[in-house]
Design a protein around this ligand. Structure first.
Ligand code: XUL
Length: 526
């Protein structure tokens, strides 16, 4: 019997599944379901429910549960050997939260395979929608919690990050303030990751140290709920949260719902899930400290493993628990792929190939033209008033604007990652836009560093599958080494290396100063 492990990734726009065979060290199955297309009845746009307030970004927990049924049905239809899967783990978009009333425990324990998950979850929510990581509507709550905890530096050194609008603590505080009755009826709060893990395990799942650190509620050093942070956030919060656990910890056999309905093995193990970025640390094989990756997805993230917990005094970056033990560091830029697509739409550019050709008509450094692409409120730097700003850049010059968006995103990454104090020898690039060589050349030149594309397009789901394997091996009494476990799964694409062009790198050494000045000017004006 093959040793199969399933990893799921419930991201902003899709649910993905990856099945690995540990003996042959191969990915044997991959599938992605796009929420807008597969489940149009929820009326999401890019996975988000429409809202008149541009700062409010919610999604539907029922959509995520529906997608879980759908992907299992797809796997069954595609003849995946579901009965041979030994363990399942997963990852979720970080920070998003799900609110249940006291009926949740019984509903999870009695999932009826004759019904859908959505039908099984009728009447268990204390809040219909879930705020997700793109939400920036909690500036007031961030300020309140930060003040109670003693300022930016202290909040960051205590919880791993300054308070951020998308982080779950400020989101919970806003809910408790604006809907106190519904908050009082809330018996349990889950993250996207722990919600999905709870469905698979048929009981409330713990929150792991990776995703738990994205809440402003966990003591980052001791990896326990921080009493002061809980108090600063909302009343009676401790009772509403599950325990914290190591990522991938086995929480029990999978729920009989999945055994009866889709043919999973009753002995298959369900594990705690983690966040999509922590899972990508495994999926990209970033086991050694100092290895960094850039994920060019809905959000652009810059992250890597970290030996000792070192927090950002300026409060722009984050420290999370790493699923391989120890810590990881991350900076998140909201205006990632959606901003790149906005520029394409704005100028009527048919595809990325044409985009790349236009880019070639311009020179690195764009003759000093700068674009600040804050189509959405931005996380880093903190911008709550969306808007696009141009400096020495003609709005009508299509080619220059194409270069400007790429350069802005990469310059911003360089500028705001300085606190991490890492000088990587190579950067791994992943995510949808990593297929674009032109973008990766800009990245290599701006960072003055070699860039390697990594084979896995679904790094979070692969990381989750490897996390499932790790949990299963530990449960079987083995002492698996992460480096050995990931070997063979996470190799960069042969000949994908992009070297920085020395002349361009010198241009960007200067341009980054101008970029920083433009950013300061724009921030002062809004
Ligand atoms: C990380 C973050 C995003 C989401 C995307 O802090 O907010 O990268 O995890 O799913």
């Amino acid at each position: 019997m093959a040793k199969l492990f399933l990893g799921l990734d419930s991201s902003t726009q899709s649910l993905s599944a990856v099945v690995i065979d540990l003996d042959t060290r191969k990915v044997v199955y991959e599938k992605s379901l796009n929420f807008d297309r597969a489940l149009p009845q929820y009326k999401t746009q890019n996975g988000v429910l429409p809202n008149r307030d541009p700062l409010v970004k919610h999604s539907s927990p029922l959509l995520w549960a529906d997608a879980l049924d759908l992907i299992f049905a797809e796997m069954k239809k595609d003849s995946v050997a579901l009965g041979e899967i030994l363990a399942i783990s997963g990852s979720g978009q970080q920070h998003g939260s799900v609110y249940f009333n006291e009926r949740i425990d019984a509903a999870l324990a009695n999932l009826d395979p004759q019904k859908t998950l959505v039908e099984n979850l009728r009447g268990v929510f204390a809040r219909k929608t879930s705020p997700i990581w793109m939400d920036s509507s909690t500036a007031a709550e961030c300020a309140e919690i930060r003040k109670k905890l003693g300022g930016i530096k202290y909040t960051a050194s205590r919880t791993g990050s300054d308070t951020f609008e998308r982080f779950t603590g400020p989101q919970i505080r806003k809910f408790a303030k604006t809907e106190p009755k519904a908050y009082a009826k809330t018996a349990h709060i889950a993250l996207v990751s722990s919600f999905m893990a709870s469905l698979l395990a048929g009981k409330i799942a713990p929150i792991d140290f990776g995703d738990g650190a994205g809440m402003n509620l966990m003591d980052i050093h001791r990896k326990v709920w921080d009493t002061d942070a809980l108090k600063a956030t909302a009343p009676n919060l401790k009772k509403k949260l599950p325990p914290l656990a190591a990522s991938g910890k086995v929480i029990g056999p999978v729920s009989a719902y999945f055994v009866n309905k889709y043919g999973l093995n009753p002995a298959a193990l369900a594990t705690a899930w983690t966040g999509d970025n922590p899972a990508s640390v495994i999926g990209l094989g970033l086991i050694k400290p100092g290895q960094v990756a850039i994920s060019l997805g809905t959000s652009d993230t810059f992250f890597g493993s970290m030996e000792k917990c070192q927090t950002d005094e300026n409060g722009e970056g984050h420290v999370f628990g790493s699923p391989t033990g120890g810590y990881m560091t991350l900076i998140c830029f909201k205006n990632g792929s959606l901003a790149r697509e906005k520029i394409r739409e704005l100028y009527g550019i048919a595809g990325w190939k044409q985009f790349g050709e236009l880019l070639k008509q311009t020179k690195p450094g764009n003759d000093g033209g700068i674009l600040l692409p804050w189509f959405e409120a931005e996380i880093v730097p903190r911008v709550n008033q969306p808007g696009v700003h141009r400096f020495d850049l003609d709005e009508k010059n299509v080619a220059a604007n194409c270069r400007a968006i790429f350069e802005a995103q990469m310059l911003s990454m360089r500028l705001h990652s300085q606190w991490m104090n890492v000088s990587p020898k190579k950067i791994y690039a992943t995510g949808g836009a990593a297929n674009d060589r032109a973008l990766l050349q800009v990245l290599a030149d701006v960072m003055n560093c070699r860039v390697l594309r990594i084979e896995v397009s679904k790094s979070a789901a692969l990381g989750a599958a490897l996390q499932a394997a790790h949990g299963w091996l530990v449960e079987s009494g083995a002492q698996p080494k992460w480096e050995k476990l990931v070997a063979g799964f996470c190799n960069p694409i042969p000949n994908s290396e992009i070297r920085p062009d020395k002349k361009s790198a010198r241009i960007y050494d200067q341009l980054v100063e101008k970029y920083a000045a433009c950013e300061r000017e724009a921030l002062e004006s809004i």
